[in-house]
Ligand binder design. Structure first.
Ligand code: OGA
Ligand code: ZN
Ligand code: ZN
Length: 393
């Protein structure tokens, strides 16, 4: 353990040792740090004071702020700065002479140019890049922590992963889901079986072809990650399909900008219409975040409510929808592969569209079991694994 690991940070996390502070000075009201890799940080006094982690300012157990910012003057200034023997930045504040001490590794991570590696990790794909989901083998049917970590990173990159060689018992899917996070319950069963049955109230539980879709766009927040475990694969047909909706969205943006504008702005209502529940939600098919970046795709073609739009706009809206439907179901973008008993796929249900080909129940059984967790459960689990790895060095 390095010395700086012993210097408190505002959190309980491990900040790997990067660089030390070469010098600290006050310029006007800012604290300027020079790092020994020649980077410079200009720290705002209120930001520094806000992040003081002494026991008066931060609860030492919960790592929650005790300092109430209303008690800090927005004109606060540092009266002295120094780098102490352990490499920490120590700031003495004008007025009450409060002293704050900052861990250099934490400061470096929060104030220098460190590009978010996560953003770089998403790799959009079409059928030219992959013909089946990236796959990982569960040796002896066991999903180790290392395997789970790799699987979650793969979801982050490609929006999908397949684990192979799992046992086919009914407990697998729930056990795995709970290792990632709490199960995202919906108005369907918490753990659901996808099997063909006569009186089904959803197309999924028939033997019909399912066009590329995302599950449950009828909810304000559709489930983030879908997990499907194949337990029985005896029936002929029923191949799985997956399509990277973000890749299709990006290509439409380049090739058909007018359709992109329509797909990202016109709201379609998705509705579960068989009752007795009545969930419905209106949103564009391609959802962007407040920075204009791709956030989600919503499409359940067979559960769309009637379009509500002016007559004059309908030509354009339908043309954009059909363009999207064509591309997400075409062999340039959609991959198609058989699932074997013991396979488990996990995919980002708000990025990757899934479907299946028709199957013939007379030729044998087909049974999948599934559930959902959320996207941010995956992110938290990845960070948790990475914290463990850093701590273990
Ligand atoms: C579903 C679904 C795919 C399949 O249950 O939502 O899309 O392969 N199932 O049966
Ligand atoms: Zn303090
Ligand atoms: Zn589905």
């Amino acid at each position: 353990m390095t010395v700086s690991n012993k210097i408190a940070t505002p959190d309980n996390f491990y900040w790997p040792q990067c660089n030390s502070i070469a010098s600290a000075k006050i310029v006007d009201k800012a604290v300027i740090l020079h790092w020994n890799d020649d980077q410079q940080s200009t720290l705002h006094p209120v930001w520094l004071r806000d992040n003081c982690c002494c026991e008066l300012c931060l609860n030492p157990i919960t790592r929650e702020h005790l300092l109430d910012l209303r008690d800090v003057s927005l004109d606060i200034r540092p009266s002295a700065v120094e780098v102490d023997a352990e490499g920490a930045l120590v700031v003495t504040w004008s007025g009450d002479q409060h002293r704050s001490r900052y861990n250099p590794d934490w400061l470096y991570a929060h104030s220098t140019e460190q590009r978010s590696q996560r953003d770089d990790q998403m790799r959009l794909w079409s059928a030219a890049d992959l013909c089946e989901p990236p796959s990982l083998d569960a040796i002896d049917g066991i999903v180790t922590d290392e395997l789970l970590y790799e699987a979650l990173l793969t979801i982050l990159r490609h929006g999908m992963v397949r684990l192979r060689g799992l046992p086919t018992d009914t407990a697998q899917v729930e056990t795995l889901a709970l290792r990632i996070g709490p199960i995202r319950e919906t108005h369907f069963d918490r753990i659901f079986d996808v099997i063909s049955k006569a009186d089904s109230d959803t197309l999924a539980n028939t033997s019909h072809y399912l066009a590329a879709h995302t599950d449950i766009p009828t909810r304000e927040s559709p489930p983030g990650i879908q997990i499907l475990h194949c337990r029985i694969a005896e029936a002929k047909g029923g191949h799985s399909t997956l399509t990277d909706g973000f890749k299709v969205a990006n290509d439409i943006k380049q090739q058909f900008p007018a359709y992109y504008k329509t797909l990202t702005s016109v709201k379609w209502c998705h509705a579960n219409r068989a009752g007795p529940t009545d969930y419905r939600w209106s949103a564009p098919i391609i959802g962007l975040d407040d920075q204009g970046e791709l956030l989600e795709v919503r499409l359940l073609p067979f559960s769309r409510a009637p379009l509500q739009a002016d007559y004059k706009d309908m030509d354009g809206i339908y043309a954009a929808l059909v363009c999207f439907l064509d591309l997400v179901n075409c062999s340039d973008y959609q991959i198609r592969f058989p699932l074997q008993a013991g396979d488990l796929i996990m995919f980002d249900n708000r990025r990757v569209l899934h479907g299946r080909s028709e199957f013939s129940p007379k030729t044998g059984d087909r049974a999948l079991r599934g559930t959902y967790v959320e996207r941010d459960d995956v992110m938290s689990k990845i960070r948790e694994f990475e914290q463990q790895q850093s701590r273990n060095g």
